[in-house]
Design a protein around this ligand. Structure first.
Ligand code: ACO
Length: 324
């Protein structure tokens, strides 16, 4: 029997504390003007010690379930995309499963840096199509503030903390035109470029600093080329043209990359969901957080076609096309 996945609900969580560019400029040789002109970022939310990846992910997941009108009993899998888990193990997903009172099914984390949410969505979609699960929470939760060198102005100004989640459930039968469905996901990696964006340090490497390092202009170049190809791939596989896309919900890395992708699709700026000005780059959380905001305020409506895309450390990248 053919089945497919439907995105039934979306939710987000942002830490209470807001840090503006001016706040950073008090202790760092930077300025609101430099940061906002180059990146579009004006502020970011920064987690306190109680706002762990598991805490924020659970809050976002609860909001997604509420929006879907679903209960914990309908969840038979939790997948968390994160590069900043609270512990090496148990997985953040297992912590969230317990926090939500879910006592069955599977739970695991997935690491694909800023593309993590697209990767997790692809895995969940595949599992639902294959009949391995019928209700999966897909969560992106990140605490990048803990892996930044706060003295390095070239990286620390770019990121923020937060979590976003969606609840996917199975629908029997093939996808019918115009009906809600995850239409396609595409994921890619090219490990040859692993050294242009990485976090050193791991369990067993206590002498390594464990902070993020990046060749910003190289990442920028790869993002523009690979994301454009990912968007074309999604459209071609679904036999759609650019005009059919109602919304672009991109990973929020840099305003200039977001604008370039919107332009490539020929979308009016108001059809591109932008949160980078207030959230900065929340890595795997950025797409579900942006989706939660635009669905929550009524901009994205049921039946509309949403294209998501991301590129991140690995390099990894990908796209997802979803009709809500
Ligand atoms: N404040 C003030 N000056 C700064 C700052 C800062 N925060 N950061 C760097 N500078 C200085 C540099 O030291 C340099 O000075 P110099 O000319 O005297 O040496 C100058 O500004 C220019 O630095 P560049 O690194 O060349 O700046 P660039 O224009 O490339 O912008 C940026 C940097 C914004 C990171 C850009 O490369 C970019 O957007 N890259 C895309 C990658 C990205 O968005 N990464 C986010 C994470 S990855 C992801 O999510 C995909």
């Amino acid at each position: 029997m053919t089945r497919h996945a439907v995105l039934a609900g979306v939710g987000g969580y942002l830490p209470k504390r807001v840090v503006t560019n001016d706040d950073l400029a008090r202790t760092l040789d930077t300025s609101d003007e430099w940061i906002s002109e180059r990146t579009g970022i004006r502020q970011r939310h920064i987690a306190d010690e109680t706002e762990t990846a598991a805490f924020m992910g659970a809050a976002a997941a609860e909001a997604a379930l509420r929006r879907a009108g679903a209960g914990a009993g309908e969840v038979d899998g939790v997948i968390v995309a994160t590069s900043t888990p609270d512990q090496a193990f148990p997985a953040t997903a297992a912590r969230i499963q317990a926090a939500l009172g879910i006592t069955r099914g599977f739970a695991f984390d997935l690491a694909a840096a800023c593309s993590g949410f697209i990767y997790a969505l692809a895995v969940a979609d595949g599992m639902i199509r294959a009949g391995q699960a019928s209700g999966i929470l897909v969560i992106g939760s990140e605490v990048y503030s803990r892996i930044l060198d706060w003295r390095d102005r070239t990286t620390c100004v770019l990121f923020g903390d937060g979590a976003g989640a969606v609840f996917l459930h199975a629908a029997e039968g093939p996808v019918t035109p115009g009906a809600p469905a995850v239409l396609s996901t595409h994921i890619h990696a090219d490990g040859r470029y692993g050294d242009i964006l990485y976090v050193d340090g791991a369990v067993g490497q206590p002498d390594r600093p464990g902070t993020l390092a990046m060749n910003g202009s190289a990442v920028f170049r790869h993002a523009v080329v690979n994301l454009a190809a990912a968007v074309e791939e999604a459209l071609a596989v679904n036999h759609l043209d650019r005009a059919s896309i109602d919304w672009l919900v991109p990973h929020q890395a840099n305003r200039r990359i977001i604008d370039a992708m919107g332009k490539k699709l020929g979308l009016a700026p108001e059809r591109v969901v932008v949160t980078i000005d207030r959230h900065a780059n929340t890595s795997a959380a950025s797409i579900p957080l942006a989706l939660a905001e635009a669905v929550g305020d009524g901009r994205i409506r049921p039946g509309q076609l949403v294209l998501m895309e991301a590129l991140g450390g690995g390099l990894t990248w990908g796209s997802a096309l979803v009709r809500l």
